[in-house]
Design a protein around this ligand. Structure first.
Ligand SMILES: Cc1ncc(COP(=O)(O)O)c(C=O)c1O
Length: 426
């Protein structure tokens, strides 16, 4: 039992006392307590499509000669394997269809333990307690936990089907100017592709508008206001046209911090993430990483480098996209068949999530009758409420849910949605 006010806890730092239990631990313990549960909550990727045979062959090659094996099994550097940084830089240039390789300079790149570590370190490098970060309303709930632990206040900017509402971004900034809070604002955190939790993608036009708007308020803030673009689901697009990153926009190389990952498109268990950072953020984060771990797993970075350079990565990704496209279609058909009139949802063009609403704005939160009914039917989803920042400027919507087609089998997706539909009809 965690009792922050008891004498035992006086030894803890302010952060140690302040930090709250992440909602993910509550979801996981709920799942464990229901062994027959169909979980549409997990953000895990599709188990059967993890590249086991490919990874086995790559490891075989990697450890095939003593010299290569020894290099891979030795410590690497704080920034990460130069070959993987070079390959990642080239890949970003290709994804952005950009000939300007300077934008993706491997010397500004850090390889991290998942992009999660990068998000943590960037926040640590830029924020003090009492500072403010703008987030999408709703946003990736694990990131809200990072902000909470640092004592950083989050303010929400509405998400629409087309992505971030830049009109509201401007209004929030204007109001922060009037109240003097703008001086505490450090950056906008944007999950720009197939967002967790809504599945929505912010268009390039909206990203450009957001960057331009943030730039206009820097004078009032007295410092740079960065755009932290989290592109975790970028490569999981299975429909529609690719969208360039904010790095490729005007001033992108000085104002955008880019977080990417090989977890989702290759293997979640490798947790190889990366960041591209402008100075002085790069140096601050590089030094923090030196203290954290002076480099992520060298072996796994070498594995990813081989996967990319051999073409295995690209081949796997194509199969993965087709797989998620099929699973997304299964979920859509089930939603159309089983959800009652009045329920609605956003259909994603990639990623792992649908965002759905109960009819009549009925509550779907963790303590709602609907959540309990769903659990009694052995189905779990992420209550949308958990994905909203504690922003006093608005009441948290409570009638939404995140439904993942990542981990569940097609049969379980169908059955899980059928049971949720039934729970709605009571
Ligand atoms: C939006 C978003 N960003 C970052 C991450 C972190 O992923 P990883 O640390 O595996 O790169 C996740 C994981 O679910 C995510 O959903």
């Amino acid at each position: 039992v965690f009792r922050p006010k008891s004498a035992d806890h006086l030894a803890l730092s302010e952060l140690g006392r302040r930090i709250e239990a992440p909602p993910i631990s509550w979801l996981m313990s709920t799942a464990l307590a229901h062994p027959h549960l169909i979980s549409l909550a997990a953000g895990f990727t599709d188990n059967p499509s993890l590249p086991v045979a490919e990874a086995r062959a790559l490891f075989e090659e990697l450890l095939g000669s003593s010299a290569d094996g020894q290099a891979a099994l030795q410590y690497g550097t704080t920034s990460g394997d130069p070959q993987l940084r070079e390959l990642t830089s080239r890949r970003l240039g290709e994804l952005d269809e950009s000939a300007d390789s300077g934008l993706y300079d491997p010397d500004r790149m850090l390889l991290t333990n998942g992009s999660q570590q990068l998000l943590y370190m960037v926040t640590e490098a830029l924020c003090d307690p009492g500072d403010i970060v703008l987030v999408e309303d709703p946003t990736y709930f694990v990131y809200l936990g990072i902000l909470q632990s640092f004592g950083v206040r989050a303010r929400g900017v509405r998400m629409e089907k087309e992505g971030l509402d830049t009109g509201q971004l401007e209004r929030v900034l204007e109001e922060m100017c009037r109240s003097g809070q703008i001086k505490r604002l450090k950056f906008l955190y944007l999950v720009s592709y197939h967002q967790n939790p809504t599945g929505a993608t912010t268009s390039l036009e909206r990203k450009a508008a957001a960057l331009e708007i943030l730039g206009r308020y820097e004078k009032a803030a007295g410092h740079r206001i960065y755009l932290l673009e989290d592109a975790a689901y970028r490569e999981l697009r299975f429909q529609g046209s690719p969208i360039r990153s904010a790095l490729a926009l005007k001033h992108g190389n000085s104002r955008v911090i880019y977080a990417g990952t090989y977890s989702k498109p290759f293997a979640t268990g490798t947790r190889v993430g990366f960041g591209l950072l402008p100075e002085p953020v790069f140096t601050a984060v590089w030094r923090i990483k030196g203290n954290h771990d002076f480099g992520s797993s060298h072996l796994l970075q070498k594995l990813l480098a081989r996967a990319l350079s051999s073409g295995v990565y690209e081949e796997h990704l194509a199969a993965l996209r087709a797989r998620y496209q099929a699973k997304a279609r299964v979920m859509l058909e089930a939603l159309e068949e089983h959800f009652p009139p009045g329920a609605d949802w956003w259909t994603p063009q990639g990623g792992l999530y649908y965002w759905a609403r109960l009819p009549g704005k009925r509550a779907a939160g963790p303590r709602s009758a609907f959540f309990k009914r769903a659990l009694a039917k052995d189905v779990l989803y992420v209550p949308g409420e958990l994905c909203y920042a504690d922003d006093p400027a608005r009441k948290k919507p409570a009638h939404e849910m995140r439904l993942s087609f990542g981990a569940a089998s097609e049969a379980n997706i169908r059955e899980g949605i059928r049971r949720l539909g039934e729970a709605m009809k009571v």
